[in-house]
Design a protein around this ligand. Structure first.
Ligand code: GAP
Length: 472
């Protein structure tokens, strides 16, 4: 058994580690640039064979924890395309915009708040008007970050983030509609359907996982902020006056899921409360769970107390009575809402960043390893025949077949064993099993743990118990 001296260290600096993460993501089939063979389409990404497994695992773990494990939350899958009045009512048509300016010389489009906050610090733009932001840019004589020209910026203006499209076959009777910018509104407009059909009593929640679209102006941060992304949102409807208590409950619940279920490191997570100036117009309290991404702290999960704003607006715009009838107290009211809203792709980036490590082994050898929590890792086990002959491959395939009844496993018979280990270290497979000539004689195999690289010789019939015990 070969034992390595483990001198582990993180990549030189975290900024540098993003480049390494992007490289391993492509090399091993986690994430590819979108439309690559056509020269790409900026800021779109495709998730490869192991990337999709992680996304599915994260969704499953979220759904189990936020729906199945709770008796007070139900699920929903609403349309991406909604009646455009929904977005009038929610305030997205009027308010869902970013401040933008262009450089007249090189035509680069810049997000004014990001540009200024990089120079002046976090929250510098909060509460300032576009005119005030323009004055700061002019007074400070800031240069274009792309071409270096000074004094060439257009006036900052608001740019709505919703993608428009047409609904209807002919131009005459088609209607302009939007791709949804959040999954939340599909939940609000189904509140009455769900409480009537499922006989739920307030307090209860409705959870949804689905794609959202925002025409964002990007900073280059890989999959952190994209135009098409997936959200995992839950709207929890409660009696007015109880929202503060529920807010704390859900904030703790979310933090617990990230640390104890997903296994993110506590030191890479923090909670940031929004101050009064930063609060959205519909919220009486909001906090972000932030993650320490390779490029710095960034919002991962927003927990917002949204009052009764959304239901009130949908009552007003639809003309429907959306009030809840509390039969015990014999009163009707519009429930208040606490909303934990999480981005799946952003969570995926947090999980990748948290797991990524470059280790220096014996004899200057390096290995890149992804220490995923086994619940999240694409494969739980990989099985290697030492050689692709003499019945070793047949024996290995028998093990694959039996373990596949429980887990998603990989079979790999290419290249030297060392190379196969390295490949699965980079995919984050927690256990690798080698079938050799002794296996044919005594029904034993070598099982290697990803993190310690420790190897044990065990009987084939003990494999499942061995893995289950170590997976926890
Ligand atoms: N319904 C409330 C809502 O959508 P949000 O803070 O705009 O709130 C919730 O979005 C979460 O969705 C964010 O915390 C983030 O994880 C994710 N998210 C938002 N915009 C995103 C984007 N352009 N790309 C990737 N994820 C995004």
């Amino acid at each position: 058994m070969k034992l390595f001296l483990k001198l582990s260290f993180m990549a030189k600096d975290r900024e540098d580690s993003l480049k390494h993460i992007v490289a391993v993501a492509k090399r091993r089939g986690f994430v590819f640039a979108g439309s690559e063979i056509y020269g790409g389409l900026s800021n779109t990404f495709d998730y490869g064979p192991v990337g999709i497994e992680i996304l599915q695992n994260l969704k499953k773990l979220w759904w189990e924890y936020f729906v199945h494990k709770r008796k007070d939350v139900v699920g929903l899958d609403s349309s991406i395309l909604l009646n455009p009045s929904v977005w009038e009512a929610s305030g997205h048509v009027g308010n869902f915009s970013d401040p933008l300016m262009d450089c007249k010389q090189c035509k680069t489009r810049i997000r004014v708040d990001h540009f200024l906050e990089e120079k002046k610090g976090e929250s510098f733009c909060t509460g300032k008007t576009l005119k005030e932001l323009q004055k700061v840019i002019e007074d400070e004589k800031y240069a274009c970050p792309s071409c270096g020209a000074v004094g060439t910026f257009t006036e900052p203006r608001s740019f709505n983030l919703m993608f428009k499209t047409s609904h209807g076959a002919s131009e005459d009777n088609s209607m302009d509609i939007y791709l949804r910018p959040e999954t939340a509104q599909g939940i609000f407009i189904n509140f009455k359907n769900i409480y009537n059909s499922s006989r739920r009593k307030v307090p209860f929640g409705i959870a949804q996982i689905g794609k959202s679209f925002r025409n964002e102006i990007m900073a280059r941060q890989f999959i952190f902020r994209t135009r098409e992304f997936e959200q995992m949102e839950m709207e929890f409807f409660c009696e007015p006056g109880t929202q503060t208590e529920w807010f704390t409950t859900w904030l703790d619940y979310c933090m617990n899921w990230l640390t104890n279920v997903i296994g993110l490191k506590k030191e890479n997570l923090r909670i940031r409360e929004h101050d009064k100036e930063e609060l959205s117009f519909y919220s009486d309290r909001t906090a972000d769970i932030e993650y320490k991404f390779p490029f710095g702290w960034g919002e991962l999960w927003g927990i917002a107390s949204r009052t009764d704003y959304d239901l009130k607006q949908h009552e007003k715009f639809s003309g429907q009575d959306l009030k809840y009838h509390d039969q015990v107290q014999n009163k009707k009211y519009l429930p208040y809402v606490v909303e934990p809203a999480l981005g799946l792709n952003r969570l995926f980036l947090a999980v990748l960043s948290d797991a990524y490590e470059e280790e220096k082994l014996e004899k200057e050898e390096m290995r890149t390893v992804l220490h995923f929590n086994p619940k999240v890792s694409p494969f739980k086990v990989a099985i290697f025949p030492l050689m692709k002959k003499d019945g070793l491959d047949i024996k290995a395939k028998e093990i694959v077949e039996s373990l596949s009844k429980i887990w998603y496993v990989d079979y790999d018979d290419s290249a030297a064993i060392g190379k196969r280990y390295r490949r699965h270290d980079e995919i984050g497979t927690p256990f690798c099993i080698t079938v050799d000539y002794d296996s044919l004689k005594d029904d034993t195999v070598t099982i290697r743990e990803r993190d310690s690289m420790k190897q044990d010789r065990i009987a084939i019939k003990e494999i499942i118990g061995f893995i289950l015990e170590r997976m926890g």
